[in-house]
Design a protein around this ligand. Sequence first.
Ligand SMILES: C[S@@+](CC[C@H](N)C(=O)[O-])C[C@H]1O[C@@H](n2cnc3c(N)ncnc32)[C@H](O)[C@@H]1O
Length: 284
Amino acid sequence: MEEVVAELVTEATGRGVSICQATNEVTITGYAKTLTTAQVACDTVEVVLGQIAAEMQIPPLAAPVVEPLAEEDWATAWQHYYHPLRIGRRLVIKPRWEAWPPEDGSLTAHCDDIVIELDPQMAFGTGTHPCTQLCLEATETLVATGDIVADVGCGSGILSIAAARLGAKQVVAVDNDPVAAEIAAQNVKHNGVGGQVRVVIAEGLSGIPEDFNLIVANINPATISSLARELASHLLPGGHLVASGIVVEQADDQTAALTRAGLVDIHTETRQDWICLIGRQSDC
Ligand SMILES: C[S@@+](CC[C@H](N)C(=O)[O-])C[C@H]1O[C@@H](n2cnc3c(N)ncnc32)[C@H](O)[C@@H]1O
């Protein structure tokens, strides 16, 4: 019943829902702007749930309830849950408003740390998502001093800044969302890597003249498949493509797409349910 109820609540509130699963029950929460709207949505959902239970001859589901929420600045509430984190061997992602090392002693600073200060605002790329972490680790492993790197779907600019700080001499950060590109440009400037990183608004690598030692693309499976040939064609001999935004179940399809694009030695790194694929352009 989970999806049916979630759909009902979505329709009744006109907004997204959250679905929370415990061992023996599922709680579906919808959000409304006013108590009146919430109550109307609740009543509607209750009537339909009653009809479904009667038709299916099952016990009625728990009646929906309305709970008022405390006023909060939702635009910045997420910042309370975003703290410095270590990724890979030397990378530290530090929200711009947090201290480094943290005052609570939860992490310690090392002299060779590469600290990236971020304010992701509305862009994807805080460093907390497994795909971003896999891409950061692959970037740390693969970037060599003097490399030319592309970050396709740069979001907050997190991977581009990491590549530049790890020694890349030139990084092209691309996003097709102008808001993300603007946020990436701000983060690039704040981290002092504006001389190395060029932020571009584009679809994939269209209109980008360079070829690269490393291309990182943390987007989604459909886009990775459709861009695979274009990305591979922008790799220098022996260059690597790191592709992510992919769940474990899609590993075979995505590996096939990179193979069709001509990449070799394709392997997978996994974190939770997510993977990144790493493939190489042949040496000649
Ligand atoms: C999952 S976020 C990745 C952000 C960041 N690179 C990271 O690893 O956390 C994907 C980004 O790709 C961008 N994007 C989606 N399709 C794209 C395309 N065809 N060309 C360029 N950027 C694209 C989105 O706007 C979004 O900012």
